[in-house]
Design a protein around this ligand. Structure first.
Ligand code: NDP
Length: 241
C-alpha cells in the first residue's frame, strides 16, 4: 500500500523548523501535501515546505502567516498546532508570569491558530485539527504545573470542537507524546533523562519521526472516525488517558 497522499492538501504546522514540528512537516511533504511551517524567524523549515514567520502569542502575526500559507497553497485543510515551550519550576517558585507565558504560548496560541483556520474547514466540510499535547497533560509532572495545565487544556479544546463541528467533516484530536529526543529534552540534566528512561516501559525516548507518522495518520482520510481523542505516543509511560 502506498502512503502517498491521494489529493495534496494545504497543511499548516506551527513551530515546524525544528524538533517534532519539523519531523511532522517532513512527513507531510514526503506524502505529497502542500506544507507551510511557521517559525519565529520565518526561516528554517524543511526542504519542500514554505516557511513563514509567526509568533503564536500575537494574533496579527498569525493572520499574516495564514494569509501567506493560503496564498501559496490554498485554504488550510490540515492544521498541526505544535509550537510550544516549557518553563519548569516547582510550584512554590513558579511566578505568575511563567504560568501565563506558558499558557499563552501552548494553550492560547493553539486556540488562536485553530480559530483562524476553522472557517475555511467549515466551508469545505472537511478538516483535520491535530493538537500536540503531552503525556504530562494528564499524567502530571513535578515542576510543570504551567506546562501540564496548558497541555490538558488542549484536550478540552479538541473535545469541544468535536462536539461543535463533528458533523461537518472536521476532526480534532490531541497527540500526547511522551519524551522525545529534541532540544526541549536535551535541556534536561543527564540524571533526569536517565530517571525518565527508567520510568518509560519502552526504556527510551521517542524519535521525532515516531510522532510524525502518528500525526500523518490522524490527519488522513483513514482517521475520519477518530475525534476528540487523546492519542498517546509515549512508550507506555502514561497508560490510562
Ligand atoms: P522544540 O523546543 O524543539 O521546538 C519548539 C518549536 O515551537 C519551535 O519551532 C519554536 O519556534 C516554536 N515556538 C516556541 N514558542 C513559540 C512562540 N511563542 N511562537 C511561535 N512559535 C514558537 O520543541 P519540541 O519539538 O520538543 O516540541 C514540539 C511540541 O511537542 C511542543 O508543543 C511540546 O510541548 C510538545 N512535546 C514535546 C515533547 C518532547 O519530549 N520534546 C514531549 C511531549 C510534547 P522557534 O524555533 O522559532 O523558537
Amino acid at each position: 500500500m502506498s502512503d502517498a497522499t491521494i489529493e495534496p492538501r494545504s497543511v499548516l504546522i506551527t513551530g515546524g523548523n525544528r524538533g517534532i514540528g519539523r519531523a511532522i512537516a517532513e512527513e507531510f511533504v514526503r506524502r505529497g501535501d502542500r506544507v507551510t511551517v511557521t517559525s519565529r524567524s520565518g526561516k528554517g523549515g524543511p526542504e519542500g515546505a514554505l516557511t513563514v514567520p509567526a509568533e503564536v502569542t500575537d494574533g496579527e502575526s498569525l493572520d499574516a502567516a495564514i494569509k501567506a500559507a493560503e496564498d501559496a497553497h490554498g485554504p488550510i485543510e490540515v492544521l498541526v498546532a505544535n509550537a510550544g515551550v516549557t518553563d519548569d519550576q516547582l510550584l512554590l517558585r513558579m511566578s505568575d508570569d511563567s504560568f501565563e507565558t506558558v499558557l499563552d504560548t501552548n494553550l492560547s496560541g493553539s486556540f488562536r491558530v485553530v480559530k483562524r483556520v476553522i472557517k475555511s474547514m467549515m466551508r469545505k466540510k472537511k478538516g483535520r485539527i491535530v493538537l500536540v499535547g503531552s503525556v504530562v497533560g494528564l499524567y502530571g509532572s513535578p515542576g510543570q504545573v504551567n506546562y501540564a495545565a496548558s497541555k490538558s487544556g488542549l484536550v478540552g479544546i479538541a473535545r469541544a470542537i468535536t462536539r461543535e463541528l463533528g458533523s461537518r467533516g472536521i476532526t480534532a484530536n490531541v497527540i500526547a507524546p511522551g519524551y522525545v529526543d529534541t532540544e526541549m529534552t536535551a535541556a534536561l540534566a543527564d540524571e533526569v533523562q536517565a530517571g525518565y528512561k527508567k520510568a518509560i516501559p519502552a526504556g527510551r525516548f521517542a524519535a521525532p519521526e515516531e510522532i510524525a507518522r502518528v500525526a500523518a495518520f490522524i490527519a488522513s482520510d483513514d482517521a475520519a472516525y477518530i475525534s476528540g481523542a487523546v492519542i498517546p505516543v509515549d512508550g507506555g509511560l502514561g497508560m490510562g488517558h
